[in-house]
Every structure is written in C-alpha cells, then in structure tokens.
Ligand binder design. Structure first.
Ligand code: FAD
Ligand code: FES
Ligand code: FES
Length: 1323
C-alpha cells in the first residue's frame, strides 16, 4: 500500500486479484495496456481467440461474473476479452472456454454445438459457445428469441448459423414443435409458435440426419460457482504502471475527482469500447488512464417523480433493464422516451459491448453517429457533471443541457477536471410522442448511417405545440433541425400538405455536400425524409388519424423478423448409410468447441521465439526514395529490420507470373505492400517500432477502379476469349438487341483466423520448418526455398488446421511467411506473426470486383496473382445454365493500385453467373416476361454443348429447378406477393428463382492430381496423410470416412495428424471444391493397395480382428505403408483450339428466395429460401449441408451487405468488422429449407459418386439479390416508373433505397459538382 502522490488520504495497491476458471489469481503490477485476451492467451488458455481486436466478431468472448452487494446478486456478463483491460477484472470471476468443459467432459453447450454440426473451422466456436453459456448462466430457460439475440455480437464465416441456432435452441423453453418429421428430414428449430417438448434429447434430433443423439442434460446447478471469497471483496484503489501507461482504478467518485485534479489530462476508461479502438487502431497514446467502471456512484439509478436518473457509467445492458423497469413503473403516457431509448439500444452494438459500454462513453465521445445522443438531444434537459472544488476539496456539480454539450466533431464542453456523473431522462408528458430510428448496413451490431430522435407534443385538434427533431450522421455532430421544428409549430399533425412542407423544409435544412465525410449524401438525406415519414405515420396512427389508403398493413415501422427455422431433407437411401454416407460430425468439432483445437498462433512459444511485424506501404503508388529504420532499431527489444536487400535468394515470386516482390525494392504499387519486416521480442514492441520506420516516397499517379483502368488501358497480360456460333449473324437475326452493364463489388474473405505463420530455422542443416495458416503448403515450401536460396527439400511446411480460408489463403497467405522466413533466416531464431485484422485485409486481397459490359473486366489489383485464372472461370460460367447459340466472351484483367485480388470461393464463377442472370433480368423486364419462365425457356438440355464445347451429361438442372418451383410453391407465392405489394405502399416483397451450374476441376491441368500415404501400425491403428488442408470444410473427416470404409475398420482407429510437405510432396492447393475428389481417391487408392496386401491374411483367418491380421502380415514382412495417387481422368482443355473437356463434371442447384424491403430505408429481410442442390451421393451429408448453408450465406453477404470500399488515396476503408459487415445470426433466411437432389449419374466417375460442394452453392445467395431487385421493381411500378434498371451488387440498403427512386429520393438528390470527388469508392 502507498499513499496517493498528492498527499490526500487515499491508498492504492498494485496487486490485481481475480479468479480465473475457479482459481484465484494475483498479479503484481500488470501492464495496464494488457487486455484480458492477451493475458489469458499468454498463460496458455488459447481457446479464446483473436478475430478482430475491435469488439466486432465475438471470437474472444469470455464470461465475467461479479457480485453486486447492493442487490445481493451475481451478474454474469459476456465480454469481449480483446477490449477488456486486464485491470478491469479485479474482484471478478473470469470464465474462459476452458473453464466450462473439455473434450472428455464437455459442457452441454459445447457438446450440442459440436454434435449438431455447429462448428466448421471452429475459430468462432469458443466465442459463440461462451455467448450461449453467458445467457444460460443468467437465464437457464431462455426463449428462442432470447437465444437468437444472445448471438448479436458473434460472427461465423463458415456455418451459415443454422446449425448453431439449432444446437442453442435445444436449451430453449420452446425447443421442439409438433411438426411432422419425414423419415428423411431434419426439421430444425421450432418457430416461435411451436410447443415445447422440453427434453434435451428432443425427438426432432433423433432422426436420420442427426442419428440417435442423446445429449447430456443441462443442469444449471452444476455450473462453476462464484468464488465465495469474492462475495466479501472490498474494492480497492489500484494503480498499475506499465511500459507506456499508468492506470488508476478508483472505487469512489471522490477518488476519481481527486485523481482528475492530479491528472487533468488523464483519460477516463469505462467500457473501453471507444478508447480501446483509439489506442489500438488510431494509435492514440494516453499516458495516464483512470478506469471508472467500478465506481458504484456512477452506476446507480433512481426513479424520480418526473423522470429517471442514471449513473453515467452504468452498463448499457443494465441501462436497458432499468428502462424496461421504468416502462412498468410509470404511466403509459410517461414512457415514450424510455421506449425510444430501448428501441435504439436494441440495435446498439452486440451483447458483449453493451455489457461493458456506458452512456457516458457514448455521450462524451460525441460521435456523429452515436445512437443515444440524438434521443438525448431531442428529449433530455440535463447531464450532471461533477468536479472537485478547490481548495475545499468538496464535490461540485453543474447541469448541462444536451443542446449545449457537444461543441464540434467529437468535442464537448467538459473542462479537464470534470466528469459526467449522471443523466436525467424525463418522463414524457401527455400529448408527447417520441420515436427513434436507425439505419445501418446491417441491423445487428452495426453503427448507424443515419439515426434520429423525434419528439412532438400535440395539443387539442392535434395542433403541434412542441417539436424536436435530431439526427446523427448528418454532420460532424448530432444535430437538431430548428427550422423544421419551427415550421411545424402550430400546424395540424396529419395533414398531407403539412407533411410535404415539413419534408421540404428538412431537405433544405439538412444539406450534405457530395463529398461529405461518410459519403452516401443522397442516401443519408433520403433517410432523413424516410424517418420523418415513419414518425409522421407512427404518431398519426397513435392519435387515430387515418393517413393512407393502404390500410393497416401499410407498415412504416421497422422490419421485424421472426425466429429462424430450417429444414434439411437429404434424400439418402438406407444402403448409403455406411461409414461413407454417415452424418458424423466434423472429427475436430469437440476440440474446437472446447478450445482445445490448436491453430497456428495457439502453438506454445518456442525457445528464443521472436515476433515479426510488417512495415507496409502507406501510399498507392510511389518510388521508394529512402527507408530509414534507425529510430526503430534503437528501441529496446528490437532484433532486426529486413528489406529487399536482405533477401538471400530470389526477391521475386508469384503464384503464376513472378511479378511480385517479397519486399518492395524500388517502387510500391498499392497501400499495404510489404516493404520491410521488424523483428522484436513481442508484438507490441514490434508494432511500435514499425511505426518509427520512416519511408520517403516520390508519389506517382495511381489507378484504383476498373473504370480508371479501362480509361488508362491498364491491364495484366491476358488475351483469352471463348465463342460459339456466329455472333454477327445472331445479332442480325434477333428481334431485340439490348445493351447493358453489370457491376459487381469485391468481397473480403474475413476468415475468422487471420493469416498466421511461424517460421523455425534449423541452422544445423540450413533447414526451415514452417507452421502456416495456408491452403497451399507446397507453394509456401517452394517459394520459401527460392527466397532463401535453398532447395525445397530443406523446407517443410506443416498445417494442422485453418480458421477458415475460402480461397484467401491459397496464394495470399504466402507473402507473410516469406517475410518471416527472411527474418528467421538471419536471426537463426523462430519468428511468428499473426496479422491484425486490418493488416490482413489491407495486405491479402479479396474477391475480384467485376464489370460485365460485352467484355468482362475484373480488378486484379497491383499484381496478377490468380486473377487470369479467376477471369477464365468467370468466362466459362457466364452462360450459367442457359444455351446461347451465338456467344462470344472476352476477358480483361485490370491492373490497378489496390491489393492483389485473389481466389475466393467460386473463383470468378459467381461473378460470371451474376452477369448472366442480370442480363436475363433485363431481358425479362424489357420483354415483360416472368423471370422464371424466361430462364426455363433457355435452359440447356442433356447433350447440348456449352460455349467451351463441353457436352452436358447427367444434366439435372431443369428437373431440380422444377423441384424448387414446386416445393417453394412459386406460382401461388408470386400471386400472394402481387397482392401484398398492392396493399402496401412502403413495404414491397420480391421473389426470385435462380439456378446454378459450377464446373468441377482446376482449369490448370496439372493441379488435378493428389497423393496420399496410409500407414498401418502393429496395434491396428491407421494413420492417413494426404495433400489437402483442413480449413473447416470437413475434408479430413471425409478422408477418415473413406479410409475407414475401405479398410473396413472403425473410424475411431483411423487418425490424421496434419498436412505436411515432407509426407506428401507437390500437393495442389486445397481449392476449387475438388479436394475431396482428388485426395479422396488418393486415400482410397492407398487403402485399396493395403487391402490387397492384407487380403491373403484375411482370407486365411476370416475370424481374426484387423489388429491380428496386421500383426500376421507384419511378421510375414508385408509393407504396411502405401502411397495412393490420383489424377482426374478425361480432362484437358486447349484454349487456343477451344477443344477438350474443361471440367470433369458440374455441381448444380437452384434456389427460390422471397424478401421484403422497406422502401423508406432500404432495409430488407429474407423471408424464406428453398434450395435444392445436386451433390451426388454425399460422403457426409451433414458436412455437405453445412457447406451448402455456409456458402449460401456467404453468397448472400457478397451480394447484399458486404461492400468493400477504398478511399480515393488508395487506403482501404472497410478494413475491419466495424465498417465491413458480414451476415450475422439474424441475416439468414427466416425460413431456410435445404434439399439434396436425388438423380441418376451414369457418367459421374468420382469417389463414391460424390460431388464437390464447397463453392457451387455460393452463387445461389444471389437469389436474395434478385428477389430484392424484384421487390424494387414493384416499388418503382408503384411510382409509375416502368423503366428497366441496373442494380449494382451488392444491394446495400443505400442502393435499394435509391433504386426505388420515389419523391423523397428525388428531393434528397445531391448533385456531384465538378470539383467534387467521391469520399469513398467501390473499386
Ligand atoms: C464493436 C462496437 C460496436 C459499437 N456499436 C455502437 C453502436 O451501435 N452505436 C453507438 O452509438 N456506438 C457504438 N459503439 C461505440 C461505443 O461502444 C459507445 O460509444 C459506448 O457507449 C462507449 O462507452 P464506453 O464505456 O466503452 O466508453 P470508453 O471507451 O470507456 O470511453 C469513451 C470516452 O468517454 C469518456 N468517459 C467515459 N466515462 C466518462 C465519465 N464518467 N465522465 C467523463 N468522460 C467519460 C472517456 O474518457 C472516453 O473519452 C460501438 C463500439 C464497438 C467497439
Ligand atoms: S476479437 Fe474480440 S470481438 Fe473480435
Ligand atoms: S466455424 Fe465459424 S468461423 Fe469457421
């Protein structure tokens, strides 16, 4: 204990004390900059993952429990460990995934997620399990709605969420329904109307899809108890001093105020959800921090006669509870403001953030898109701020009105020694109506584009007496609209003319320039009008004014979704259900869900290990004039800085053309290009040093977009084209000739595990061992050898598993490993790096944006990477499923100064098909034909040739299209939609039916080969190795099934350790959906060899066990190890002659989707999707259904909310989950029915008659895009606009809203002035 330096009577200690998984922990003077995540991972609890470090993915979720003596209750909160300061857990109990169960004794949450196929790559899974666990700790019997809501801060990139929800809902009150289950189906999830069966071994799961699963019963009394000693915990003033920061943790307001006098510049930290981002990503430095999250006076609340007072640092989730209580406590007319706050808090971040973030943090930050401030601005009268009065040292307080609080962009009127203590929220008065609206790209866990707080008080005859309209996102700070407020005073609410005038006034008052920060000027102004419209009708309805001819169904509220439900029908015959064909869960699922699965960065530290950080280009194109790392090298803990000059071998590499440098030598060609590598003792030290490297550039002009590349004739070498028929003649004979353009955005892979690599040099023989998260171990090995100037036989690359890949780790994982290899080589010490999310996005490239305009263009970025091959696949898929007799397609690969775009699930195929389907839509629109009919009329038929001269065999698309049409009840629902749309002015529904055909094989001939090695040991156990990488797709599980069935042994006796280049050489990357086909046959061939060798012993002793036979064979000196090899037969395509067979076969499918859009905001929801996929005879239906659902949801993201954006200077805008939105749990179809097609395949020669399934379903996500397009068409027709229109993908809320082109949008239009530039660009 020591006294506080300013001589007063406070004492502090530097010992942090808490419990971790039931064990007491005491740390002396921890570094205040350490997060809870860094700490738990540093002590080996690596089950908690780092996915983003910004609270946006939930991979780091842990439970923090604390005792509240005032209520005598224990609070259990899910928390983002990546943002939680370690020193915030004093006196609390932290539970990580390791604390709730393990593989031997899993927690019911873990067991059910694993067994119900809720874990694919598994990187998100511990975080998801912890969110559910947190819910159950607070509420052992939650409703299905509560379960869906508990995941609003978690993302999964693999599963498509349905199986996780299934598993979670087995804990719900409504865990079963009485719907009939067909013998061949798995009806998952009860709808909200369903009845409960209440059993953990719910009958719905005991069907042929999930097998006879008996789950452990969930018994809440068996949970880890809250440590009794913490019930008597006395909060103490703490002080910690770290390398850079000093941190105090006061426990009373007076302590805080004293500290504020002593350290007026000190940064207060509450939930750290703003400050954490500032320090990590904006690199702001706060030397002294004061953690205010444990000050009880700042967390109180009180109901007063005229309103509610809350402590400024109450958590947002506690604030929600208080508001709910207030809604019950006060009269109905008094709760309008409370209800509005609740409405916006529902969409405020995710649970983990709301559990720690505070209103004070939101108010004091003063973000222009704060969700609370507009409501406070329009309804509240006072914020209470306090400080210490000198010299009396007593507390003094003053009230500040919200209208005076914010003084500019993220600025407020607090003086340095003041803190925000309380917020007074008044009760609404009679006649007062208050509403809040928010529009974001994604509804859950997303910051607003525009938000608002509206208040109006109506007197007799609905005359407006008071009005306050506030908006966020319309300026650098939340603003009121005084002129519009003034305009409406004294007018009659409900008069159409008044509304028109008000909208006009608002539009005049809230102006935005075209290049205003945030972009989207027209959309943002449209939202202002749209919200006002909603408010107008909402209030009118409340006071009983009839405002519209559309009746009750004319929704103006927000789109609400029901609880998701799903159906999976796998159409499998009994005889198919052996080991191959069984639906066993992913063999690593239990390890993944318990956190025991080891990913690259989870490996324990090696002796002498160092950390590498990349020094990246900050300009889009420039000559490098000078690199000065002297300051960086002076820092303690730095071991070296390496650039192009330090590369011992070849600095050039590239997956096809060697057009990239490991370290840029003379010129940089994009922001994020690697220039150097800093190697240091730790990540923190390396990062700080990297910031100190000074690079002088001579900036050169750059090109970012496809359009700019066309204008400047900037292309990578690529001159392939495909054609069939006679295009000129075709045009001459056509009744109609239409021209059009399809523009498609890129997509970030957002695998939950960022690229990670650990390079271990072995100086004895100049060997290098690499552990990398790569889909391409062989390429990593070969290029590393070339860069280091050694032979490939000295380099081994090992891969245990990846936390997702999706193509993003096929080639773009390699640059990181190369850079680290150079550092490790020189230092002769292991060097590791796991990229931060923003680095990963900036460095590693994305799905190619495309422009289809007669020719196809893709934006390859600065180097060719795999872009030419991506273009080839787009060109071969641009026919989708249609016979086009006269056809010519050319491709151009644009060279720009953005990151090098790369493989992404589908590899250009989806973009090609998207262009085709857009063309069909336009034709249908212009000819006035139903889309579905037009498609059917043009389908290929069996035996017809594609434009690359491949004859279609086993062609089931017309049949499966018909199946979807019938099972989705397409015709009737089309009529219902017409009916719905005619009754609703501001909501429109749309329906689409989209087919897909995806070619299986690498288009690069030599990649269509694979090897395997199968070893049988004397104890009868089998070890399988093959060339494929496990990245969540269940490849290893399928390989084990094939081996077990071929050898006729139990699958438990077969094991697979890792993928390693010193076991299987010259592997092809795990990509193109052919890994199971290629490696499966290789494993099968190896096993067959062994079966043949063992046959004599089996025949001699049929009664003997496998182990006994193996021993007999061994004693007889039989080789019990066998290689297997496979090369895909029949394929070869000669591009010059356009001859040969391009693909081995096609995987096909179709989907019908219905959506509803809110035409006032551009919001949408997917009401239902029916999907049929032809996957042949599956090796594992459960895994394949997982691939179908996951790919579909990824496809939905690609063409709806996932928008990659760049600043005009070439920096990426969307470089984290804050700005780049993946679909979340509540973005999937509300009703999702997946069927597998049962067909005859006389020509299919794949392993066990299975088909590749990883990529093909992705394009069916576009059925959502086309359903949205259809809904927009109805909205346009309602405005008498019958012109055909092109909808750019993705169909973001902005694009949906603007495409509706109604009066509000027209009134909001912002013209681009000559000198104005876009604030952000789609490239
Ligand atoms: C993933 C994620 C999602 C988010 N989503 C949303 C969203 O949907 N809507 C939204 O509006 N915001 C959102 N935010 C922003 C943020 O969560 C909120 O602004 C939150 O309210 C901040 O609270 P905090 O306690 O974490 O603040 P901190 O980060 O702890 O502090 C923020 C600022 O407030 C100051 N401060 C804190 N307490 C006091 C006090 N008592 N007196 C004086 N100053 C004080 C701090 O010094 C600091 O300057 C999100 C953030 C993240 C990371
Ligand atoms: S790592 Fe913490 S939320 Fe993503
Ligand atoms: S399983 Fe969820 S991200 Fe891979």
């Amino acid at each position: 204990m020591a006294s506080l330096e300013n001589g007063n009577s406070f004492y502090f200690t530097s010992k942090l004390h808490f419990y971790l998984n039931g064990t007491s922990v005491e740390i002396d003077n921890p570094d205040p900059d350490t997060t809870l995540l860094q700490y738990v991972r540093s002590i080996g609890l690596t089950g908690t993952k780092l996915g983003c470090a910004e609270g946006g993915c939930g991979a780091c979720t842990v439970l923090v429990s604390s005792f509240d003596p005032s209520t005598d209750k224990i609070l259990h909160c899910s928390v983002n460990a990546c943002l939680a300061p370690l020193c915030s857990v004093d006196g609390k109990h932290v539970i990580t995934i390791e604390g709730i169960g393990n593989v031997k004794k899993p927690h019911p949450v873990q067991e059910r997620i694993a067994l119900l196929h809720g874990s694919q790559c598994g990187f998100c899974t511990p975080g998801i399990a912890m969110s559910l666990y947190a819910l159950l700790r607070n509420n052992p019997c939650p409703t299905e709605e509560e379960i869906e809501e508990c995941f609003d801060g978690n993302l999964c990139r693999c599963t498509g969420y349905r199986p996780i929800l299934d598993a979670a809902k087995t804990f719900s009150k409504l865990s079963g329904d009485k719907n009939e289950i067909t013998a061949n189906s798995s009806e998952s999830n009860a709808s909200s109307q369903s009845n409960t069966c209440g059993r953990v071994d719910c009958c719905k799961l005991n069907n042929n899809f999930n097998g006879e699963i008996k789950f452990k019963e969930y018994d809440a009394t068996q949970e880890l108890i809250f440590p009794p000693s913490l019930m008597n915990y006395q909060p103490r003033l703490l002080c910690f001093s770290g390398r850079k920061t000093k941190c105090y943790r006061p426990v009373s307001l007076m302590q805080l105020l004293h500290l504020k006098v002593k350290y007026p510049e000190a940064k207060l930290v509450a939930g750290n959800t703003e400050v954490g981002i500032e320090t990590k990503f904006k690199r702001l430095k706060y030397d002294v921090q004061i953690y205010v999250g444990d000050i009880s006076e700042l967390k109180t609340w009180e109901f007063q006669e005229d309103g509610l007072t809350i402590g400024a640092n109450i958590s947002l989730s506690a604030f929600q509870s208080v508001l709910k209580k207030a809604c019950k406590h006060y009269q109905p007319h008094q709760i309008q403001i409370f209800e509005s706050l609740l409405a916006n808090l529902r969409w405020f971040a995710g649970n983990q953030i709301r559990n720690v973030a505070s209103p004070a943090g939101n108010i004091v930050t003063g973000s222009p898109i704060s969700d609370l401030n507009p409501i406070f601005l329009s309804t509240c009268k006072k914020f209470v701020v306090s400080s210490l009065q000198e010299p009396s040292s007593s507390k003094s307080s003053r009230d500040i009105s919200p209208t005076a609080f914010w003084t500019g962009y993220r600025q407020n009127c607090l003086s340095k020694n003041e803190v925000l203590e309380k917020i007074f929220i008044p009760c609404s008065t009679r006649g007062q109506y208050v509403r809040a609206y928010k529009q974001a790209k994604r509804r859950d866990d997303d910051i607003a584009i525009v938000n608002s707080g509206f208040s109006v008080t109506l007197g007799d005859g609905n005359v407006v007496q008071e009005a306050a309209f506030s908006f966020g996102g319309m300026s650098g700070v939340s603003v009121r609209a005084p002129e519009s407020e003034e305009f409406i005073l004294g007018k009659f609410w409900g008069e159409e003319a008044v509304l028109k005038g008000l909208l006009k006034k608002l539009s005049e008052e809230l102006q935005l320039g075209f290049s205003a920060p945030g972009g989207m000027a027209t959309y943002r102004r449209s939202l202002v009008g749209g919200f006002m419209y909603k408010f107008w009708y909402d209030v009118s309805k409340s006071v009983g004014i009839k405002t519209t001819d559309f009746g009750d169904e004319d929704f103006t509220g927000i789109i609400e979704r029901s609880v998701s439900k799903g159906l999976q029908i796998i159409g499998q015959t009994e005889e198919e259900k052996k080991i191959v064909g069984s639906t066993i869960p992913h063999t690593s699922a239990m390890k993944q869900v318990t956190g025991e699965a080891i990913y690259t960065d989870d490996m324990p530290k090696f002796c002498g290990e160092l950390y590498g950080t990349l020094v990246l280009s900050k300009v889009a194109r420039a000559k490098i004039l000078k690199i000065d790392a002297s300051k960086a090298l002076e820092q303690p803990g730095i071991h070296g800085f390496y650039t192009a000059e330090d590369v011992p071998g070849n600095n050039k590499w590239g997956p096809v053309f060697h057009d990239e440098e490991v370290f840029a030598s003379d010129e940089v060609n994009c922001v994020g290009q690697i220039i150097g590598l800093i190697v240091a003792d730790s990540q923190e030290i390396a990062k700080e040093a990297a910031d100190l490297v000074v690079i002088e550039y001579e900036v050169l002009p750059h090109i970012l977009t496809i359009e700019e590349a066309i204008e400047h004739n900037s292309f990578h070498p690529f001159d392939k084209s495909l054609s069939t028929g006679n295009i000129e003649k075709g045009f001459q004979e056509s009744d109609h000739v239409f021209e059009g353009e399809t523009r498609i955005g890129g997509q970030e892979h957002f695998y939950l595990e960022t690229n990670a690599s650990l390079v271990i040099p072995k100086p004895e023989d100049n060997e290098i061992e690499i552990h990398a998260s790569t889909q391409n171990p062989t390429e990593t090995q070969l290029v590393c050898a070339s860069v280091l100037g050694i032979m490939a036989n000295k380099v081994v690359c090992r891969v245990k598993r990846l936390g997702g890949g999706f193509g993003g780790k096929e080639s773009r994982s390699i640059p990181l490993t190369l850079a680290l290899s150079v550092g490790a080589w020189h230092l002769k010490r292991p060097v590791r790096c796991m990229l931060d999310r923003d680095e990963d996005i900036v460095i590693s490239g994305q799905r190619h944006p495309f422009l289809g305009h007669w020719k196809l263009y893709n934006n390859a970025g600065w180097s060719a990477d795999l872009s030419p091959a991506v273009m080839e696949r787009a060109m071969t898929h641009v026919d989708n499923c249609y016979y086009i007799p006269n056809f010519r397609v050319n491709g151009k690969v644009c060279k720009t100064n953005i990151h090098s775009n790369t493989a992404f699930r589908g590899f250009g195929g989806p973009q090609g098909m998207m262009i085709c389907e857009n063309i069909l839509c336009e034709i249908a629109d212009r000819l006035g034909i139903d889309f579905a009919e037009l498609r059917e009329m043009n389908f290929y038929s069996e035996g017809q040739k594609t434009h690359f001269n491949q004859i279609l065999t086993d062609w089931h698309v017309p049949a499966l299209y018909q199946q979807v049409k019938e099972s989705s009840d397409y015709v009737n629902r089309r009529n219902e939609i017409e009916n719905f749309n005619s009754r609703n002015r501001w909501r429109k529904r749309g329906l689409s039916l989209i087919p897909t055909k995806f070619g299986l094989s690498y288009t690069v001939y030599h990649l269509n080969q694979a090897g395997a090695l199968v070893l049988i040991y004397k104890d009868g156990s089998v070890l399988v190795s093959h060339g494929g990488v496990e990245m969540g797709q269940g490849l290893h599980t399928k390989m084990l099934q094939i081996a077990a069935e071929t050898l006729n042994v139990p699958i438990e006796d077969v094991h697979l350790m890792e993928t390693s280049t010193n076991v299987i050489p010259n592997t092809s990357p795990s990509a193109a959906s052919v890994s199971s086909d290629l490696n499966g046959y290789a494993v099968f061939n190896a096993c067959k060899t062994l079966v043949e060798r063992l046959r004599p012993y089996r025949e001699k002793n049929p009664e003997k066990s496998f182990k006994e036979i193996v021993v007999d064979a061994y004693l007889d000196r039989v080789n019990l190890s066998a290689n297997g090899f496979y090369k895909t037969p029949d394929i070869h395509f000669d591009w010059s002659k356009k001859e040969g067979q391009m693909f081995f076969y096609f995987t096909t499918g179709a989907a019908c989707t219905e959506v509803e859009i809110d035409t006032l905001t551009g919001d949408h929801t997917i009401l239902r999707t029916d999907l049929v996929m032809d996957i042949g005879r599956s090796i594992n239906y459960a895994i394949d259904i997982g691939q179908i659902e996951g790919a579909f949801v990824q496809g939905v993201g690609w063409c709806t909310i996932e928008e990659t954006l760049h600043f005009p200077n070439g920096h990426v805008f969307t470089k984290g989950p804050g700005n780049y939105k993946l679909p979340g749990f509540r973005d999937i179809p509300q009703d999702f029915r997946v069927h597998t097609f049962k067909g005859e395949y006389p020509n299919l020669k794949t392993i066990h008659g299975s088909k590749g399934v990883g990529e093909p379903p992705l394009f069916l996500g576009s059925s959502v895009f086309f359903a949205i397009r259809n809904a927009i068409k109805y909205a346009r027709h309602a405005n008498n606009n019958y012109e055909s229109f092109a909808l750019r993908s993705p169909a973001t809320p902005e694009r949906i809203r603007l495409a509706c082109e109604d009066e509000i949008v027209k009134g909001a239009h912002v013209e681009k002035k000559k000198e104005e530039k876009d604030w952000i660009l789609g490239v």
